[in-house]
Design a protein around this ligand. Sequence first.
Ligand code: IMP
Length: 205
Amino acid sequence: MLRYVTTNEGKVREAREYIECEQFEYDYTEIQSSDIGTVAAHGAREAYREAGEPVLVDDAGLFVDALEGFPGPYSSYVEDTLGIERVQRLVAEEETRRAAFRCVLAYCDGEDFAASPDPVDRENRALAAAGDEDESGAGVPVKLFEGTVRGRIVPPRGEGGFGYDPIFEHEGTTMAEMGVDEKNAISHRGRALAKFGEWYHERSE
Ligand code: IMP
């Protein structure tokens, strides 16, 4: 069974609309990088070494246009320290409140993959960046699937979802005002999961 690597139950709820998976509550090392794909690829190698079974790591971030993409890879830290309401107030002072949510899914099962249509991370760069000298698993390829949704930052509305959902509005509705199906249909994670699901089901046939 595929292990969905996260401590966030909200992510698993959304993923189960696309794939059969078991939550693997493993807190992988989030290396410092400006690219969430690099963070996810490193996490997938680490989680695969730990689980010894196919794993899918989900790394996401909020990228605010007026703040040059901040908080981006630091979204989790910023949510825990500033909180989403302060992020919203910060953005409210800017000329534009446009933002994007990005999600990268990183899949690893110890096998090799074709790069097309989605990229494969084959480099040791993630390990090198983390200063990890451990060679085991360094060459294990990771397949990446990405999804993006654009929207704007608004005062919090809605009770559903998690994280920044109450302040992220897409076409008049915040992601916290949407049900799981509705959010999946437009969200960064839904788009990445749809790509992954299609590839994964073909692969398992
Ligand atoms: P991570 O991918 O778990 O590291 O999440 C990074 C940050 O983005 C955390 O603060 C999450 O709460 C937030 N986040 C991740 N996915 C979503 C989402 O779908 N909606 C709103 N916030 C999210």
